[in-house]
Structure formats: structure tokens, C-alpha cells
Design a protein around this ligand. Structure first.
Ligand code: NAI
Length: 628
């Protein structure tokens, strides 16, 4: 039986109601714009409640809007930019089924047609009202012969089409449901991507949060493997709203919580979750991961990933992403500020002022210009600091375990010893690996110049606090800035206990180096981007635990994604399966870590289901999925 698809325009094909947008344009210079817009809303409601006829409502609204032909280009441009995300994703559906798709709307052809024909919809399959213009281009009315300009218009219009086959209606409003109610359609799908109307959802045969779901239900999908709205995303610990928005716009079913979840709660919740977003508090333990049978990816909306059992996640084929440099700049700015403050003795001077003591003197105060800055750890933060400090006139020296490109005029030191002995200011930016514990202790302080300024904004355990205290007290260290500590309070209610409290010219901050609004927003943008890239393309660039592969976008091919335990011979087995089925490989990418292998194969031929079964059956397979 042939299938026909009847699609609504306002709030379905596009995210917006065209009349709302038209009002913004045609009334833009009107002094009583807001008042008129409210009148238009009131009239729309009267029409919807049946207190006035549809035609009357249309006439009244057009009189208030007073549109002109000149308003149309701007309206069309705006509507084109507001096409629903899932429609944009599934453009192929419209051209493939163009003979069976009708757009039926109580809106106007003049702005609907330019928007929908770009998707391959045939002009003769667009059924909508038509404006009447006067010779000056002013809208003076509409074609009153058109059934869509009267009550029950969509039903009347559909009757005239006399479609011979199954009719499926997708829309967000009551007039769309009426088509099914009148017996002219087999099914009504309530489209909720843009608006959710309870009374419509109640009446629908299916609720479709996106076109993906509609295509999946009706086995029509070509563009995507699985409807995104069926992919559950759980975001914990109050991640930035921009992250929630990004994931929702992508079509995922997103649930977010302000706090973290305890292990048992998370074990329960994680069962249906495919994407998990956390910050530093949620512990993703092996036990949690045991329950996470649908989980594909974890996003840590922070830098550290110690809260995740990475080994267990890797074993289950779950990719982990974090935000390694979203707050780099924030840390660097604080470091620069502290260097200047400490060189000028500001912490002590400020404290004295608060106690009423005026101590005006230049003694022990220096410019940072021309001083030697020693950076230990020339990674993201160290390197960025190098650039800014040099711009402020400092001479930059650094030491890193790894070979690093010296930026600007920075000079690489051959050893930590060399760095410590040359620097007027020493700042630590190494990572928190275990072997870095107490890397700065008695011996290292001995090597430093007298009167050195010392900063640690990396991890607390890398500095021996007892030795640090002694060297501040004995005057070797003239100023100290600490943001991180071997033990840090678990909440703001817990007292901060430390031997560093009360020491002279010492700035103590509560691990806020990276805590700025900008950094939070950067993280909120960065991590979803990485997770969506992984889901949509298989790309693992910047993954914490997966072999890093940056992949080309998929064009005219299917992509097979195979994750397996890293044992010899798997690639050969994959290719054997493909060869057995006469499948041509368009591109193949392989990378491994000690634990797992990651093989991406792009194939340019229709595959049969047997291939999937065989791929999954290859021994040591952890996860397998197909992208279309
Ligand atoms: P990164 O990983 O880019 O750089 C670390 C660098 O240290 C690497 O180049 C590494 O080779 C080097 N390194 C490690 N151990 C070393 C050693 N023993 N000797 C010499 N070089 C060594 O990390 P990124 O992003 O620059 O962060 C640096 C530190 O800052 C990390 O510990 C991070 O946790 C911390 N951090 C602190 C924040 C805060 O709020 N205070 C915010 C963000 C990061």
C-alpha cells in the first residue's frame, strides 16, 4: 500500500510560527508593536476556542499585521534559518519521498514555498493559503476560495486530494489531528520537537519528539542509524546550561540534575543511559559501570578524570572525554595576577590596611619586568603562561619532562635543578600523576634563589607543605601563592586546615584557578562537542581512554565502528567478514592502546544484516555499531 505523508509547516517544519516572525518584521517600526502582538495572540486564541471562525480570525490578524510584499524576503530568510533540526538532519527523506509528501498549512504559500522547495518538496504538493496584494504591494486579503482559509480547511483540502493509500499526518496542532479524526488519515503523529501541547499529545497515535523518531517508527530512516530522541543523556552536577541546550538541540532525550548521585542511585539510573555527563564529584565506579550496559560515552565536564574508573570503562568500550584546556586561560590569568601581587607584597599590605596600618614603603617591592620566570611543566597552562608573561616583559625559562616547543623567546632548561636555580619566580604546572608527589621538597627549595616567589596552581600533592612552610618562615621564599592542597575540604561547610594559614605574603585560594564563568561556558561547549562527534562520526580525538582518531565526515558510505580487546588478528577477521560478503572498503582506520583496538571501516555498499551479526560474533569484540 502506498504511503502519503502530510506535514504541517508552522512549529513543525519550522521551529517558529511564521505569523509571529512576520509581526516582528512588519511591525518593527510601529510604536504600539507589543500591544498589537498581544491582540494577535488574543485573536488566535479566540479562533482556537471556536469563538470566532478561522476566516474571521485570519482577516483580523492580517489587518493588524498589515504586511507588505517587501516584508517577505526578510521573513523567508528567517524561516529558512529556523527549519527544525531533525528536518535538516533528514533532508534525504524529503527528496526520496517527494511524490508522497504534502505540506498542508493554514499559512501562506508566498513564504512556505521558498522554504520547503529547498528540501525537494514539489510546489504542487504545497497546499496553503495565498495572499492578495494591491498594486502597491500591500496585502489586502487572501484567496477566499481556498478551503484552507476556512474552518476545517485541512480536512477539506485532504478530501480533495483523494489520496489512495495509507496517510500519515505529522503536526503539532489540533487542525492536524482533525485530519485523522475525520477518518482521512491512518495515523496522527504529534510532533513535539518545538512545542508540546498536552491535548494534542493525548490524541496522537505516536508522540514523535523529532522526525528521526517518525522515520524510525515507519522504517524510513536513511540519514541516521537510530533516532536521537531514544538516546538517553544524563547530565549531573549542574553542568552549564549551554551543554543541556546543545544536547537537546541535537535531538537527544536529556535529563539533568543539579547534584550528583550516590553509587546505588547511579547504578539504577545508568541502566537506560547512553551518554553520561558528570563533574568532579560523581564517582563512576566499576560497580556503576557494571550496570551501564547501554553507556557509550562519559563526558567529564572538568579537567580531571580520576573520579571515573577508566580501566573498567575502557573494558566496556565506553569512551571518556574531558575538557583539558577550557579553563587554561583562567588559571594563567590568576597566576599572572598573583605574581604581580606577591612581587609587591600586596597580601601583607592589604591585611595591614584592613587593620588600620598605613605602611607606605617601596622596600621589597619589584616590577615583574625583566625578572626570570621559571615554569615547571610546559603543558597547556605552562605554555600559555609563557606567552602572557613574556608580553609583560618577563624572561621565561621552563622545564618539562617531555620535548616541548618553546614559544616566543622562552628558554628550555635541561633539568629541574637548572630551572630552580635561575628563576626569580617559580610556578608549578605539572600534572597530578602519582610520581609527581612531593616533587618540590627540602632539596628543591635549597636550590632556589633567596627571595624567590613560589606558586603552585597545579595539584596539592606535588609540593611538600612542611618544607614549603619552613622556607616561607625562614625568609627564603619572599612570597607564595597556593591554590591547591594535599587535602582539600569536600564542601564549603568544612573548615580549611593547613600549616600555611597565617604565613606572611602568602595568598591562599580555594582551588579556584580554573573557576570562572568563561571557563564553565567553554567546558559546557567543548565536552558535548566531543561526545556528539564520537556518537555521530566515531571520532575519538582528545579522548582520555580511547585511541585518538580524527575521522573524515561520512559521505555516501556506511561506517562500521568496531571496538575490541587488543589481541592480534582482529583487523584480519573484520576484513575477512567484509570480503566474504563482497563488500568494498572505502576507507579504514585503526588505532590501538594497550587495552583496546579501535577500527573504523567505511564501506560504500549496501550491507546485509548478516555482516553485522558476524562482526559482533568476532571473538574479543567489545562493542560494534554502524553509522549511516
Ligand atoms: P598538561 O597535561 O597540558 O601539562 C602538564 C605538563 O607537565 C606536561 O607537559 C607534562 O609533560 C609535564 N610534566 C609532568 N610531570 C612533570 C615533571 N615531573 N617534570 C616536568 N614536567 C612534567 O596539563 P595542564 O592543562 O597544563 O594543567 C597543569 C596542571 O594544572 C594540572 O595538574 C592540572 O590538574 C592543574 N589545573 C589546576 C586548575 C586549578 O583550578 N587550579 C585548573 C586546571 C588545571
Amino acid at each position: 500500500m502506498r504511503k502519503y505523508f502530510i506535514i504541517d509547516f508552522d512549529s513543525t517544519f519550522t521551529k517558529v510560527e511564521a505569523f509571529d516572525v512576520l509581526a516582528d518584521i512588519s511591525l518593527s517600526d510601529h510604536p504600539e508593536q507589543e500591544k498589537i502582538k498581544q491582540q494577535i495572540i488574543d485573536i488566535t486564541n479566540l479562533g482556537m476556542n471556536g469563538e470566532i471562525s478561522f476566516r474571521e480570525s485570519l482577516e483580523k490578524r492580517l489587518t493588524l499585521l498589515a504586511p507588505h510584499r517587501n516584508n517577505l524576503p526578510a521573513l523567508i530568510t528567517l524561516l529558512k534559518s529556523k527549519v527544525s533540526e531533525s528536518f535538516k538532519r533528514n533532508k534525504e527523506f524529503f527528496s526520496t519521498y517527494q511524490d508522497s509528501i504534502y505540506i498542508i498549512s493554514n499559512g501562506f504559500r508566498e513564504f512556505i514555498e521558498p522554504v520547503v522547495i529547498e528540501f525537494g518538496i514539489k510546489p504542487q504538493n504545497i497546499l496553503a493559503n495565498e495572499f492578495r496584494f494591491d498594486s502597491a504591494g500591500k496585502v489586502i486579503g487572501f484567496d477566499t476560495e481556498n478551503p484552507l482559509s476556512a474552518n476545517n480547511g485541512k480536512v477539506e483540502q485532504l478530501k480533495r486530494l483523494k489520496l489512495d493509500g495509507d496517510v500519515y499526518v505529522i503536526g503539532d496542532g489540533y487542525t492536524d489531528y482533525e485530519i485523522k479524526h475525520s477518518g482521512l488519515a491512518n495515523k496522527f503523529f504529534a510532533f513535539t520537537e518545538n512545542v508540546e501541547r498536552e491535548n494534542i499529545m493525548d490524541k496522537a497515535d505516536h508522540i514523535t519528539p523529532s522526525l528521526d523518531e517518525f522515520l524510525y517508527l515507519n522504517k524510513l530512516n536513511t540519514a541516521i542509524s537510530y533516532p536521537k530522541n531514544r538516546i538517553n543523556v544524563l547530565l549531573l552536577e549542574n553542568v552549564h546550561p549551554v551543554a543541556i541546550e546543545l544536547m537537546r538541540n541535537e535531538g537527544f532525550n536529556v535529563e539533568s540534575y543539579p547534584a550528583g548521585l550516590e553509587e546505588d542511585e547511579l547504578c539504577e539510573k545508568i541502566k537506560n543511559v547512553s551518554v553520561l555527563g558528570i563533574r568532579s564529584k560523581t564517582q563512576v565506579t566499576a560497580k556503576v559501570l557494571d550496570h551501564a550496559n547501554r553507556l557509550m560515552v562519559i563526558g567529564a565536564f572538568c579537567i580531571g578524570t580520576n573520579q571515573i574508573d577508566k580501566k573498567a570503562a575502557t573494558k566496556k568500550g565506553i569512551a571518556i572525554f574531558n575538557a583539558p584546556f577550557s579553563n587554561t586561560r583562567s588559571v594563567v590569568e590568576l597566576a599572572i595576577a598573583e605574581i604581580i601581587m606577591l612581587m609587591r607584597n600586596i597580601p601583607d599590605k592589604s591585611t595591614k590596611m584592613h587593620k588600620g596600618k598605613w605602611d607606605k614603603s617601596a622596600k621589597g617591592s619589584f616590577e615583574i619586568r625583566g625578572k626570570n620566570l621559571g615554569i615547571l611543566g610546559y603543558g597547556n597552562i605552562g605554555a600559555q603562561l609563557s606567552v602572557l608573561a613574556e608580553n609583560l616583559g618577563m624572561k621565561v625559562f621552563y622545564y618539562d619532562k617531555e620535548e616541548k616547543l618553546a614559544l616566543g623567546n622562552a628558554i628550555k632548561c635541561k633539568s629541574l635543578k637548572e630551572l630552580l636555580s635561575i628563576a626569580d619566580v617559580i610556578t608549578i604546572h605539572i600534572d597530578g600523576r602519582e610520581s609527581n608527589t612531593n616533587i618540590i621538597g627540602d632539596e628543591e627549595f635549597k636550590l632556589m634563589k633567596k627571595g624567590v616567589i613560589f606558586l603552585n596552581l597545579s595539584r596539592g600533592h606535588v609540593v611538600d607543605i612542611r618544607a614549603l612552610r619552613e622556607n616561607i618562615v625562614n625568609g627564603k621564599i619572599a612570597g607564595c601563592g597556593m591554590d591547591v592542597y594535599p587535602y582539600e575540604p569536600l564542601s564549603n561547610d568544612e573548615e580549611f586546615k593547613s600549616d600555611l594559614r597565617g604565613l606572611p605574603n602568602t595568598i591562599l585560594t580555594p582551588h579556584i584557578g580554573g573557576s570562572t564563568a568563561e571557563a564553565q561556558e567553554n567546558i559546557g561547549n567543548f565536552v558535548p562537542g566531543k561526545m556528539m562527534d564520537y556518537i555521530n562520526t566515531g571520532s575519538t580525538s582528545n579522548s582520555v581512554n580511547f585511541p585518538n582518531l580524527t575521522l573524515p565526515t561520512l559521505e555516501n558510505a556506511h561506517r562500521l565502528i568496531h571496538i575490541h580487546n587488543n589481541v592480534p588478528g582482529i583487523l584480519a577477521k573484520i576484513n575477512q567478514v567484509l570480503a566474504d560478503h563482497g563488500i568494498n572498503i572505502a576507507g579504514q582506520y585503526l588505532k590501538t592502546t594497550d587495552a583496546i583496538g579501535y577500527v573504523i571501516t567505511d564501506i560504500n555498499k549496501e550491507y546485509d544484516k548478516e555482516v553485522i551479526k558476524k562482526m559482533r560474533a568476532i571473538e574479543n569484540t567489545i562493542k560494534f555499531r554502524v553509522l549511516y
